[in-house]
Design a protein around this ligand. Structure first.
Ligand code: FAD
Length: 453
């Protein structure tokens, strides 16, 4: 929140004007994306000052910092991570890694959240990022100001506040927004929900299954979390109905888990009615309905950016607003290899900032975005799926790499990603038991199955 006596607490730090060409960059967030931004900025001291990374938590890792408690921290700030206790990654470490920083080869392919957090901490340490992070510091506002050197030069004013109190303003030439997008629950509108008599919960606040043992639960949504959580709940003896709009699963479902079509409404007597007319009256309705984009620190209207629950536009190459091409909103795409994706986007962004890439004019960028969006809409894609990349991510990385002149991802990453996708569809419960090894830039191999007891 805002400090009570802002005149007492406000310190305005007007940084020194930059030396010719060298840029000051702020990074908002020290999750995987923010760390990756800091890593690349630090590797280019001739072009960039060391970045200032703002992180509201007291450690790095973002999503991968598991918090047993839910709701808000003692300091009143919201709990960021939606991680659940028993999560195992849905990508193997060989595909999930930053391309220049492999995971510990001793680890299995599919990891716990503790393994991933340790990896990110080690990345941060190894790349010398820690001294540049302002922990316990929440960014409240990021706004463009016209610089003194000329009307067209934009600088950014970042207003931040410390958990212990005190507000500060700093100015930068560029800002990387890396605040994550799995924190603000998306709650679908379900007609009559107010009549539901049981507990309504969003997966953001789900941690472990034991407290649901023996209960009846309807899980809404069959994305990665919905499927994982349904299986966890059935495993402790809950009676679970997984309600979703996808075709019925071809895999054998565990005992205690059945499927239903989407919820249509809640009747006045509290029953849930599914779209096939069937009814259920569970004790718990668990919404695994995903998350919405949220940028409370940006005045998006004045930046010309439209933010909807599942859509942010216009962003050239899903990254920068054409009207303000020194602002980078990293990682809004979904169904991707997140760490690799961040790495490509950030290398592209640095090439924009250092002049290696000459962007088309604002108008041309806007037109291109509109054209591409229209093509997808005409092909029948719903707005909420427009940012799902999946197999189209490989062309995207290739394009960024060839424009900006960096090395594109190795072919083996694509080939293993696509293989794991096939395995996931075929064996939704067992695919994480497989272990892979990268053999060359183009080849992976499946390791012998280990005996599990
Ligand atoms: P985050 O990790 O969310 O980091 C954002 C950071 O910004 C946080 O540290 C937060 O504290 C900080 N922040 C936010 N707002 C502010 C502010 N105003 N001021 C200062 N700091 C701020 N990906 C995979 O690759 N494999 C998986 O198996 C996988 N499983 C997942 C499971 C779950 C349950 C979830 C939720 C996500 C999963 N992901 C997975 C995706 C995961 O989100 C990405 O891997 C990645 O961690 C996202 O990184 P990020 O930096 O974009 O965001």
């Amino acid at each position: 929140g805002r400090p009570r006596h802002s005149s007492d607490l406000l310190t305005i730090t007007r940084s020194m004007p930059p030396r010719a060409g060298k840029l000051r960059v702020a990074v908002l967030g020290a999750g995987a994306a923010g760390l990756c931004a800091a890593r690349h900025l630090l590797s280019r001291p001739e072009a960039f000052y060391p970045p200032v990374v703002f992180e509201m938590a007291d450690r790095v890792g973002g999503t991968w910092v598991y918090q047993e408690c839910t709701g808000i921290y003692d300091n009143g700030w919201p709990i960021h991570s939606s991680m659940y206790r028993d999560l195992r990654t849905n990508l193997p470490k060989e595909v999930m890694m930053f391309p220049d920083f492999p995971f510990d080869p001793e680890l299995p392919s599919f990891l716990s959240h503790q393994d991933v957090l340790q990896y990110l901490e080690s990345y941060c340490h190894h790349q010398g990022i820690t001294p540049h992070i302002k922990f316990d510091t929440m960014v409240e506002k990021v706004q463009p100001v016209t610089g003194m050197t000329g009307k067209r030069k934009i600088t950014w004013e970042v207003t931040s506040c410390r958990a212990s109190g005190g507000q500060q303003r700093d100015t930068f030439d560029s800002v990387f927004i890396c605040n994550g997008h799995y924190s603000s629950p998306y709650i679908p509108s379900i007609p009559g929900l107010e009549h539901f008599k049981g507990l309504v919960l969003h997966s953001h606040s789900y941690r472990y299954p034991e407290s649901f043992a023996g209960q009846s639960v309807v899980v809404l949504g069959a994305g990665p979390s919905g499927v994982d959580i349904s299986v966890e709940l059935a495993g402790v003896g809950a009676q679970v109905i997984l309600s979703h709009r996808k075709p019925p699963s071809k895999c054998l479902l565990p005992t205690g888990l059945q499927e239903a079509p989407p919820i249509e409404k809640v009747l006045e007597d509290g029953n849930l009615q599914f779209s096939d007319g069937s009814l259920a009256c569970p004790q718990v309705l668990l919404l695994c309905t995903g998350y919405r984009f949220s940028y409370p620190f940006l005045d998006t209207t004045s930046l010309g950016i439209q933010v909807e629950d599942h859509w942010v536009s216009p962003l050239y190459k899903f990254l920068l607003p054409p009207a303000f091409p020194t602002l980078f909103i990293v990682g809004i795409c979904k169904v991707i290899c997140p760490f690799l994706h961040f790495d490509c986007q950030i290398q592209f962004a640095l090439a924009v900032l250092d002049g290696t890439v000459t962007l088309p004019s604002q108008g041309e960028m806007e037109e291109q975005i509109e054209r591409e969006t229209e093509q997808l809409r005409e092909a029948g894609m719903e707005l909420k799926h427009l940012l799902n990349m999946d197999s189209s991510q490989w062309d995207y990385y290739q394009t960024l790499a060839s424009i900006a002149g960096f090395k594109p991802p190795l072919p083996v990453t694509k080939s293993l990603y696509e293989e794991v996708k096939r395995q996931r569809q075929k064996r939704s419960q067992q695919y994480r038991e497989l272990n892979y090894r990268i053999v060359s830039d183009t080849q992976w191999e499946l390791l012998e199955m280990q005996d599990s007891d």
